[in-house]
Ligand binder design. Sequence first.
Ligand code: PDD
Length: 287
Amino acid sequence: MSGQGDVYLNGEFMPLAEAKVSVLDRGFIFGDGIYEVIPVYGGRLFRLAHHLQRLDQSLQAIHLANPLSHPQWQTLLEELVRRNGGGDQSLYLQLTRGVSARDHRFPLNTPPTLFAMSTPLAVSAEAPAPSHAITVEDIRWQLCHIKSIALLPNILLRQQALEAGADEAIMVRDGAVTEGTASNIFVVRDGLVTTPPTGQLLLPGITRDLVVELCQRHQIPCQEQRLDEEALRQADEIWLTSSTREIVPVVELNRQPVANGRPGPIWGEISRHYQAYKQAFREGREA
Ligand code: PDD
């Protein structure tokens, strides 16, 4: 879609090839910025209020003022969706602390850089490719609740997973499972669904929260509780969640099958509820 559609940069819509930022942008120089990824279904922005709230939390955490109100964001993003042909899309938006001489201290009177683009949303809802994951040490910093554009640890760990013949790395810090490099984690054991509690050590995923909500709505026992590596080894099911891949069953962990090595029945159930929720959203029956 990018290429034929437009992107947004600092107040203007334009073709991707025309969108340029200075090499002195603090996003480029320092990774000094934050981002969001918002799925679009049937031309509608999915869970927009939740994404904008998390955007505010990220901005607050890095002491950057939000240059736009929520209604202004909505207008901007809806226009971007429209210019990219509606339907299903994945929106990426990024704010950095703007352009200034390279200096670690915050610049004064410098407007942030605002960028947003649309990319195709490639989810195969009926049968997502199951994941083969490995566990790795969580080598990130202490503020993983911020959706920071500085993703070097995530990139290194994802690459490590790929080179080990897997597709995702599940991170473990001080014996506690945190999340995937671009996903949250759920474990099922004896019919009970568990996901680690939010806090500063993982990203509060919008998909994660919806999965917890859907478990509650459909009487699937679910708790937010610390998980250790042993819980992964004993799991009947493991799922990874994200806006771009929804709910993905992990069928192999560290080259061992998870249970019988096939997506589990509770994954089947929660996926059906998730797809029904999405369908209702497309038709305007869910906010
Ligand atoms: N990443 N944890 C991390 C570290 C992530 O990067 C993501 C999403 C998630 C899931 O969050 P959500 O359900 O709100 O998408 C959890 C996005 C998709 C990305 O970086 O492309």
